[in-house]
Design a protein around this ligand. Structure first.
Ligand SMILES: NC(=O)c1ccc[n+]([C@@H]2O[C@H](COP(=O)([O-])OP(=O)(O)OC[C@H]3O[C@@H](n4cnc5c(N)ncnc54)[C@H](OP(=O)(O)O)[C@@H]3O)[C@@H](O)[C@H]2O)c1
Length: 306
């Protein structure tokens, strides 16, 4: 099924129980899951009966999160420490995963940082933001690619943001590169390097980059572009999508937002668990906006413009 930019994907129906294709042997990994949307996604997928690996960069915070979920009767959750900004941590995690699990079905690249208050736009931490929000998920994905189950369509869901949409880019040549059908990983890396170079030289403000939370937006712009490249490369065997959960009440937004992390996770889990005959790839799912701020509006906009 093909969606145009304005198409709506109905989220709540049919009930997940009717489209259940997974079993208790289906394995999902969620990064940055000690709190916020990641935590809520682990909870949701564990409630639905999947085997979930909750990862967090801090062992104490991660173990506390698992304990909290076990106290709610969810015992199908395993913890492993994973700092996505640290290539050694990614290597250690993927080795542990390979030794302990036969295959991977779902990877949710959720972990991310932003150092700005809502109305700020400092790029002081741009390197860390890019490393955590773009380089980390890319490296982790590459490390885990050989582990994806081949007997069914495996899934990657990249938590992204509409702040990183292509229509936020003011520089036509950057837009042209990212929109190209021939887009490659090298092209994406070149765009990210150009941004970091302009941050270094103090020229980024006139570079035509997204104007809100610029470093974060560039990291998500790059993640979206990577989503598209990967989706194309693994067409038919791996579904790779981006998902913007909308303005959600978490630490990242200082608890401001239109809905809770649990609300966002209901939608995110549904997207990650789309039945095989409805599966999408290379799409940007957008949920929540000023006009659809509650779970009573259960449509997700599907944009092909990643
Ligand atoms: N909230 C929103 O309005 C909103 C909107 C659009 C998109 N998103 C996206 O949704 C995702 C979840 O965000 P959130 O709102 O739930 O934010 P959050 O509450 O701040 O949670 C972020 C999570 O990422 C973890 N993390 C940060 N750096 C990490 C690293 N290097 N390695 C591993 N984990 C790391 C954090 O761990 P610590 O506790 O150790 O810091 C935390 O668990 C992000 O990708 C975000 O960009 C959020």
């Amino acid at each position: 099924m093909k969606f145009k930019e304005t198409d709506q994907l109905p989220i709540p129906s049919p009930p997940l129980s009717l489209t259940r294709w997974w079993s208790e042997e289906t394995v999902a990994i969620v990064t940055g899951a000690n709190k916020g949307i990641g935590f809520a996604l682990v909870k949701r997928m564990a409630e639905l009966g999947l085997k979930v690996i909750l990862t967090a960069r801090d062992t104490e915070r991660g173990c506390k999160a698992v304990e909290a979920l076990r106290a709610q009767g969810l015992h199908n959750i395993t913890f492993f420490c994973l700092d996505v900004s640290d290539p050694y941590s990614i290597k250690t995690f993927s080795s542990w995963f390979t030794e302990n699990f036969a295959a991977l079905d779902i990877l949710v690249n959720n972990a991310a940082v932003s150092f700005n208050e809502i109305n700020e736009n400092s790029v002081e931490h741009a390197k860390t933001v890019i490393k955590t929000n773009f380089n980390g998920p890319k490296l982790l994905t590459e490390a885990l690619l050989p582990m994806f189950r081949t007997s069914s369509i495996s899934r990657i869901l990249n938590l992204s943001s509409r702040l990183g949409s292509l229509n936020k880019v003011g520089n036509p040549s950057i837009k042209e590169v990212l929109e190209s059908e021939k887009l490659s990983e090298d092209d994406i890396e070149a765009v990210v390097s150009l941004f970091l170079e302009q941050v270094k030289t103090g020229t980024w403000k006139t570079g035509g980059w997204p104007e809100l939370w610029t470093d974060y937006a560039v990291s998500k712009l790059a993640l979206n572009a990577y989503t598209r490249v990967l989706a194309k490369r693994y067409e038919g065997s791996l579904s790779v999508n981006s998902f913007c959960p909308g303005f959600t009440q978490t630490s990242m937004t200082r608890c401001k937002g239109d809905h809770t992390a649990d609300d966002a996770a209901i939608v995110g889990a549904r997207l990650a668990l789309l039945p095989p005959d409805k599966i999408q790839s290379g799409k940007f799912f957008l949920w929540g906006s000023s006009s659809s701020t509650s779970t009573s509006n259960n449509n997700v906009v599907v944009s092909s413009k990643l």
